[in-house]
Design a protein around this ligand. Structure first.
Ligand code: ADP
Ligand code: CP
Length: 320
């Protein structure tokens, strides 16, 4: 039977840092990304695609706030749903067009996905999820006062607004996602990390104003649908130790224990590679294979030829 791969598309697959965030620029990036995804479909992998929404949901939030005297604003959980809708549409249509050009007949389904979170998560008190545009330190300090935004430094890339990011506890509708995938559909699910909701057995489910990290929820999704591979596609060929230093070293094929040691040694930045390696580690611990690699090398990485591959301790073999 063909392997199920949960693919988490990084922000760069949708928007390049140095480009204007217009619809056309984002669509062109998605079209390029879909060319690489279609190669995986051609190889016979079953794809479940998830994607980020940090830049997009941050700008949508800003639009809602800035227009609030003219148009009533919507809460952040609804804005997450909006990003699932429009990014899902852009991926679905671009992928279908690419598959059609390659004479591949596979249906693509975008699924609005809610994700259960805790009402007690500590991130509500000290928000960590960067969204929207990058600012200089000076601009960030002004926005903190004028707009009452919480601002934090995002690795070495500038300052960004931060919003709460609770950990995903359960992907609601995971059974349906699995069924759709097993029936031969490409499924786009858990976009933007999913819509965060609090579920209590005695009360109605209720949405929460937060943005979940898509690498964390992608890993949870892979775990819950029992995927074979969890793959994080970004803009860098490997995960590195001593990244950016003279003695940096690309990580190729490693065990859970080795990766755990590198995480403890503090090699990975909180706002960029950190969540990816933690998600990769977490999935490998459940018995699957995790891969972090460049989007344009996805096919080779699945054949074990490139990328950072994290194997479960007992499974030191490459994926094919
Ligand atoms: N240890 C590391 N190894 C590799 N890349 C790293 C490391 N630490 C930080 N990075 C940075 O992480 C970036 C990828 O993270 P990010 O930009 O958040 O990805 P995406 O937007 O694709 O999800 C790389 O371009 C690289 O600059
Ligand atoms: N929700 C989320 O993690 O989005 P980004 O990957 O775009 O930050």
């Amino acid at each position: 039977m063909s392997k199920t791969v949960v693919v988490a598309l990084g922000g760069n697959a949708i928007q390049q840092a140095d480009e204007e965030p217009t619809y056309i620029n984002q669509l062109n990036n998605i079209k390029k990304s879909c060319k690489f995804l279609s190669l995986l479909v051609k190889q016979g992998y079953r794809l479940v695609i998830t994607h980020g929404n940090g830049p997009q949901v941050g700008r949508l939030l800003q639009q809602n706030e800035e227009a609030q005297n003219v148009v009533p604003p919507f809460p952040l959980d609804v804005l997450n749903a909006q990003t699932q809708g429009f990014i899902g549409y852009m991926i679905e249509q671009s992928l279908l067009n690419e598959l059609k050009q390659n004479h591949l007949t596979v249906s693509v389904v975008s699924m609005m996905t809610r994700v259960q979170v805790s009402s007690e998560d500590e991130d509500y008190l000290d928000p960590s999820k960067p969204v929207g545009t990058f600012y200089t330190e000076e601009e960030a300090k002004q926005l903190q006062v004028s707009n009452r935004w919480k601002m934090k430094k995002d690795a070495n890339r500038g300052w960004r607004r931060v919003v709460p990011s609770p950990k995903p506890l359960r992907i609601l509708g995971a059974d349906t996602i699995r069924e759709l995938s097993e029936n031969g559909n490409i499924v786009i699910a858990g976009g933007g990390g999913g819509i965060p909701v609090i579920c209590k057995s005695t009360d109605a489910d209720v949405g929460i104003e937060a943005v979940i990290d898509k690498d964390r929820s992608g890993c949870k999704l892979a775990e819950e649908i029992e995927a074979d591979v969890f793959m994080v596609l970004t803009d860098i060929d490997h995960v590195y130790v001593n990244y950016g230093k003279a003695d940096e070293k690309a990580l190729e094929n490693l065990t859970v224990d080795e990766l755990e040691k590198y995480i403890e040694e503090g090699h990975f930045s909180k706002g960029s590679m950190g969540p990816k390696v933690e998600a990769a580690l977490s999935f490998a611990k459940t018995g699957g294979t995790s891969i972090i690699c460049a989007l344009d090398k996805a096919e080779e990485a699945l054949q074990g030829q490139t990328g950072t591959i994290v194997n479960p301790v007992e499974k030191q073999v490459t994926v094919s």
